[in-house]
Design a protein around this ligand. Structure first.
Ligand code: MN
Length: 377
């Protein structure tokens, strides 16, 4: 008698079931480490297991994107492929559920009081912060500057303290956070699209809490000086999904605050108008300075048409670039964050600053405070 060759494999419950085994319960001593029980598999079962694992990440099945079929001349199906979308659908769906749950539990904050100082209703101050990469980790000896979540938090609070103090007493303010506020977008510290492993400071929950605490503190600071504040939380390529909950959470949290407007537009192009001034924002991951102007005009025809002074602001590249086209002035901004080893080793080096730009309802840009990193640390 020829004994059939078998392989020994650890199987998750769904795998054991699909291969026709009576599902064993996990070994009690190994429950802690989440190790699955072992089974003896025939060659056929082993091949089937490989196919099963293609459609799962861990114990989570992939969502099905569609099917392709091969038919013969009579229309009989010869072959069928099931196409699955590994990441985005599942992740966005999970986040949407989390957001809905959060919204139900968030007790909106009570309205805040503004200081009695007189403000100029013709002016708006734009605080532009981009590419903060919270939870990015940089080692000074290797990349030039030390950077972690605490360093980032201090820099940002100092920027707002300084900016609020030195900018004109405008009636309104815009907090334009242009994306990549979070360095990574889920439980794993990887880039959302390409899964490149990132140098990360710490745990995702800690990152989420820090991000929420920081924005809340900044909003309180701004509402103490300004009569009206607009919050833009732009999508970046590092925080595509998290920017969704950043917008939605703050929108819910400040539902009873009549002096704060949160832009919840899911399209990553944003627009604010003020008198004859039209301000556009986009992270820069999808469109850059070479052609973003026509995209913005096409998306915001009315706002553009009713304005005399038009400015578009982007980030993403971490270095400064200004360009004027027939339609508007485009500006790509620097960041206050440090370089990580990837940027340093790749030779992408730029200065670090952020600015508060003041616009006048009738004259466009009238002043700006540029705050260099050396003032803030
Ligand atoms: Mn970016």
């Amino acid at each position: 008698m020829i004994r059939e060759k078998k392989t020994r494999k650890r199987l998750a419950p769904h795998e054991a079931e699909a291969l026709g085994f009576d599902v064993k319960s996990p070994i009690p001593t190994e429950v802690e480490t989440n190790t699955n029980p072992r089974y003896y598999l025939t060659i056929e079962q082993h091949h089937k297991l490989i196919d099963i694992r293609k459609n799962y990440i861990g114990n989570t099945p992939l969502s099905i994107k569609g099917t392709s079929t091969l038919k013969d001349g009579q229309g009989n199906v010869l072959l069928e492929w099931v196409k699955t979308d590994v990441q985005e659908q599942d992740r966005l769906e999970a986040l949407r559920v989390a957001i809905d749950a959060l919204k139900e539990d968030i007790e909106p904050a009570a309205p805040l009081k503004k200081s009695k100082k007189k403000t100029n209703s013709k002016l708006i101050n734009q605080y532009l912060v981009t590419d903060m990469h919270l939870a990015m980790l940089a080692w000074g000896e290797e990349a030039g500057d030390d950077y972690d979540m605490k360093v980032a938090e201090d820099i940002l609070i100092n920027f707002f303290t300084q900016g609020i103090e030195s900018s004109p007493n405008a009636d309104e303010a815009i907090l334009a956070q242009l994306g990549d506020f979070l360095h990574f977008d889920g439980l794993q510290a990887v880039t959302p699209m390409n899964k490149h492993i990132l140098d990360a400071d710490t745990r995702f929950t800690k990152l989420v809490r820090t991000a929420i605490r920081l924005i809340r503190s900044i909003i309180s600071m701004l509402l103490a000086k300004y009569n009206k504040v607009t919050l833009i939380m732009a999508e970046g390529n590092h925080d595509m999904a998290s920017s969704v909950w950043l917008r939605e959470v703050f929108h819910s949290f400040y539902a009873k605050e009549p002096r704060l407007t949160v832009d919840t537009n899911p399209d990553p192009y944003y627009c604010v108008t003020f008198g004859k001034v039209c301000l556009f924002y986009h992270h820069g991951h999808l469109r850059n300075l070479s052609n973003i102007d026509s995209v913005l005009v096409a998306k915001f025809k009315e706002e553009f048409g009713n304005s005399k002074f038009v400015f578009a602001h982007t980030g993403h590249k971490h270095h400064k670039q200004v360009k004027e086209t027939n339609l508007m002035i485009l500006e790509q901004h620097r960041t206050l964050s440090a370089k990580d080893s990837y940027a340093s080793r790749g030779g992408w080096i730029s200065g670090r600053d952020a600015s508060v730009i003041t616009y006048h309802k009738e004259y466009g840009e009238v002043s700006r405070q540029t705050i260099n990193i050396d003032i803030l640390r």
